[in-house]
Design a protein. Structure first.
Length: 119
């Protein structure tokens, strides 16, 4: 688990503000299936929000360090029933994702409005 500086944490909180929660932890708690899903979400997004359902504050408070220790992630924020965690992608995965984005950006040929109307 990497300790984040206050400036890094502030920047990550700003990025996470507009995110929707990807994972929801219910009454069953932190099961191996939930940990696997969090791991998959971190591999594809780096920064995720998790919603913890339930009313037990102590249980919610204990989940953040437990998740971060299990997945080698860094805690960013815990506010109410939301947890925000961050795990940077390895450099080779970042390069692969950048290549995929570059391939998707092929520009479509220009088609005038008439081309769509006369079908």
């Amino acid at each position: 688990m990497k300790a984040l500086t206050p400036a890094e944490r502030r920047a990550l909180r700003a990025q996470a503000h507009h995110l929707n929660p990807i994972i929801m932890i219910g009454d069953a708690g932190l099961t191996p299936g939930v940990i696997r899903e969090i791991d998959l979400a971190l591999k594809s997004h780096e920064l995720i929000k998790i919603r913890v359902l339930g009313e037990d504050r102590e249980r919610r408070h204990d989940l953040l360090p437990e998740i971060c220790a299990a997945l080698d992630a860094s805690p960013v924020q815990e506010i109410g029933k939301m947890l925000v965690i961050f795990r940077p992608l390895p450099e080779e995965e970042k390069a692969q994702q950048a290549a995929v984005v570059r391939r998707k950006r092929k520009k479509q040929p220009f088609r005038p409005k008439r081309a769509f109307q006369n079908r």
